[in-house]
Design a protein around this ligand. Structure first.
Ligand code: FO1
Length: 303
């Protein structure tokens, strides 16, 4: 079955790996969020694409959820000692990827082209495509003013409440090569258990992507990132409460109004009510087997 999965980092990357494990080689395309991309120490960093790439290649750090396993931090320590910025943690192994990508971008390659090259080099049959090659950056508007995504998320440890999320550049952003084609050819669309505002939202903020999904006749299934109304990690529960009035399955489903046909929720959120049918299962992906089982449930939710 040809599947397209829209994904942010951490939680989304785990489901992407589950789908990659249970589908036949070449059946999965993952469309990754680029709204939280940034430049650190002169290097272009695409945290969500990298979380997905590392998860698919088993190079990821399972505990942290981002970056490489067996990481060391000597280069960053050295940069800091020389007065360089050290607020965004880039490990020695991770830096290798940022160097290669940044050089390619400076040489005029697109983000999607260099991402395709990296996945090919890793021997992956699954395709990983950034939503857009154009600059699209997430901004959060807080009572203390607007912040870029990573300034709020990492530097300020997402302690500020969020009143609004903006997708800077989205109006002019075009889908990266292959994105619309993959959606049109898909037999199932999946929204990974990522933050609807800051992970899936920036992908859907590209007009042509949202319109193509809305017009696509196949099933579209979202997996809720909440368990018992709480975020597994991160600020989503606070964001939903403040911006949408609650953290029930209905509030999650509402983020994807007009797009999804079913919502997969955790047993801790059942029984729930929502404007779309709910599929109840275990959604906390504590290991690769649970991620595989969740992926199978998502695939079965379409039958
Ligand atoms: N998250 C943090 O909380 N602190 C960090 O210093 C940090 C560094 C980092 C470096 C590379 C990378 O790929 C991800 C990194 N993340 C870090 C995670 C990232 O900020 C977020 O998890 C995603 O952007 C949200 O999906």
């Amino acid at each position: 079955m040809r599947v397209v999965c829209l994904s942010g980092g951490v939680g989304g990357a785990k489901l992407a790996r589950g789908l990659h494990d249970v589908l036949a080689p070449g059946e999965l395309t993952v469309i990754g969020n680029v709204g939280d991309d940034l430049e650190v120490l002169g290097l272009h960093v695409s945290p969500d694409l990298d979380s997905i790439l590392y998860a698919l290649t088993s190079l990821n750090d399972e505990e942290r959820g981002w970056g490489r396993g067996d990481e060391t931090w000597r280069t960053l320590e050295s940069a800091k000692a020389w007065g360089g910025e050290g607020w965004f943690l880039l490990g020695d192994l991770d830096l290798g990827l940022h160097l290669v990508r940044t050089q390619a971008l400076r040489d005029g390659e697109t983000l999607s082209a260099v991402t395709a090259r990296l996945t090919e080099r890793a021997g992956l049959a699954t395709r990983l495509v950034p939503a857009t090659d154009d600059p699209l950056r997430t901004q959060v508007v807080t009572p203390d003013g607007p912040f870029s995504f990573q300034e709020w998320f990492v530097a300020r440890q997402h302690r500020d409440e969020v009143d609004q999320v903006l997708y800077e550049g989205a109006y002019a952003a075009r889908p990266a090569a292959g994105v619309l084609d993959a959606i049109r050819r898909a037999e199932l669309l999946v929204f990974a258990p990522s933050n609807p505002y800051v992970s899936i939202g920036p992908i859907l903020a590209v007009d042509a992507i949202r319109a193509t999904i809305a017009a696509q006749g196949v099933r579209c299934v979202a997996v809720s990132p909440l368990i018992g109304g709480r975020a597994v990690k991160g600020p989503l529960d606070r964001m939903l409460t403040r911006m949408s009035g609650g953290t029930t399955p209905a509030h999650v489903a509402d983020c994807y109004k007009g797009l999804i046909d079913a919502l997969v929720i955790d047993r801790a959120d059942a029984p729930g009510e929502a404007p779309v049918p709910l599929v109840v299962t275990d959604t906390l992906m504590v290991d690769r087997d649970v991620a595989r089982r969740l992926a199978e449930t998502v695939l079965e939710a379409t039958r």
